[in-house]
Design a protein around this ligand. Sequence first.
Ligand code: AMP
Length: 114
Amino acid sequence: MAYDDTNVFAKILRREIASDPVFEDDYVVAFRDIHPKAPTHILVIPKGKYEDFYDFHNNASTEEICGFYNAIKKVVDMLGLKTSGFNLLSNCGKTAGQEVFHYHMHILSNKLGS
Ligand code: AMP
C-alpha cells in the first residue's frame, strides 16, 4: 500500500486542518487526540511520509528514527508524565485498529498533562 497524502495527519502537517499542538521540532509534530481515550492523549507523528511502524523502520533514516523516539520522551517529560506513568501505543494495520495511515505513536496517561 502506497502512502496516501490525503490522510488526516498529512493535512495537519500541511496545516490544511487545525490541531491542538503540544510540541514540534525538526522530526515530529505532537498534538492532542481529537477523541481522547484518557485524560492525556497525545499523538506524535514523524514529519516524513511513512504509513505505519514497518514503513517507518524500513525506510526512515537513523536520524529520523532517533528524532522520533527522542521527541516522544521530550513530550512525556514536558507534560510531567514520568511519575504518573503512561502508555505508548502504535496500531499497525487495519486489523489491529489503525485508522490513520501516517505512522504515529499514542501517548496515554491518567494524569491530566499540563
Ligand atoms: P489509530 O487508530 O491508531 O490510527 O489512531 C488514530 C487516532 O487519530 C484516533 O485516536 C483518532 O481519534 C485520532 N484523530 C483522527 N483525526 C484527528 C484529528 N483531526 N486531530 C486529532 N486526532 C485525530
